[in-house]
Ligand binder design. Structure first.
Ligand SMILES: Nc1ncnc2c1ncn2[C@@H]1O[C@H](COP(=O)(O)OP(=O)(O)O)[C@@H](O)[C@H]1O
Ligand SMILES: [Mg+2]
Length: 245
């Protein structure tokens, strides 16, 4: 069967073969396989299904039809409050499914750790493009609920210099925390800053040690973009902290 490259990944070379995708296996493959099996067993529709390792040693996952929001400009539905709400509900759902399981270990839940429009499948639901699933689970690990929630805030709100209306961003930040029913949200903005700091430093360190994918990211300006996003959140945190009170 023919193999076609899938666009939108900056790190892994992912191909489609019929109803499946193939991703390079990694040290996280076993954990991700167990996680995807747990989500499949519960019938949760928001993740691809794990189907084993192919003859070339790649992970086999089910191909999810739909729109992946990886390009900088997206249809308005992707940015709507409804879309944000649904993304957040999906996150709450898979967190709750992993809470108290062996996979979460001594942590609250299993976090995805890379929740972003570029890792989200959108499909028309009643004529409106809506988020239905997350892909790219290879960074998933035991963690705290607030970690994924903060990543959602950063990535789906696009927190950074391109934000024109801070109070609108603060309102939407609150919408995410409320929809998730995040109990302790005092540190939410600090955790967003922690992610941004960790992200650019991680890319920089890996690029310095010769990791080709990270060198490509740095050359594409990602380190500088994330540093600016950090600076923006740092400077505008007061209205966001207030909205969360
Ligand atoms: N299960 C899937 N169903 C549909 N498309 C997928 C699936 N997994 C990956 N893709 C496509 O492949 C691209 C890269 O995959 P991804 O897992 O995000 O790799 P990367 O780690 O490089 O970001 C995605 O942008 C998406 O277009
Ligand atoms: Mg991806």
């Amino acid at each position: 069967m023919c193999e076609s490259s899938l666009p939108g990944g900056l790190v892994n070379h992912v191909v489609r073969i019929g109803a499946t995708v193939r991703r390079p296996a990694s040290s996280s493959t076993r954990f991700v396989a167990d996680l995807l099996k747990l989500l499949e067993a519960s019938g949760w529709p928001g993740a691809p299904r794990y189907r084993g390792i192919d003859e070339k040693g790649r992970e086999v996952l089910t191909y999810l039809d739909g729109h992946v929001a990886w390009q900088p400009r997206q249809p308005p539905d992707v940015y709507s409050d409804e879309s944000l709400l649904r993304v957040t509900q999906l996150v709450r759902e898979f967190h709750d499914l992993t809470a108290g399981t062996e996979l979460a270990g001594s942590h609250e839940v299993v976090c995805h750790n890379d929740l972003a429009p570029k890792n989200t499948i959108y499909r028309p639901v009643s004529g409106v493009l809506s988020p239905v699933a997350f892909i790219d689970w290879d960074l998933a690990a035991p963690g705290a609920r607030i970690h994924d929630v903060a990543h959602v805030c950063w990535q789906y709100l696009g927190l950074g210099p391109s934000i024109e209306d801070v109070s609108e961003a603060a309102r939407r930040l609150r919408l995410i925390a409320d929809t998730y029913e995040l109990v302790d949200r005092r540190d939410l903005v600090s955790v967003i800053l922690w992610w941004q700091d960790r992200c650019w430093r991680g890319i920089e360190a890996a690029a310095d040690s010769g990791d080709l994918a990270m060198i490509r990211l740095r050359e594409a300006g990602v380190v500088a973009d994330v540093q600016q996003a950090y600076q923006w959140v740092f400077e505008h945190r007061a209205p966001m902290d207030r909205a969360l009170r």
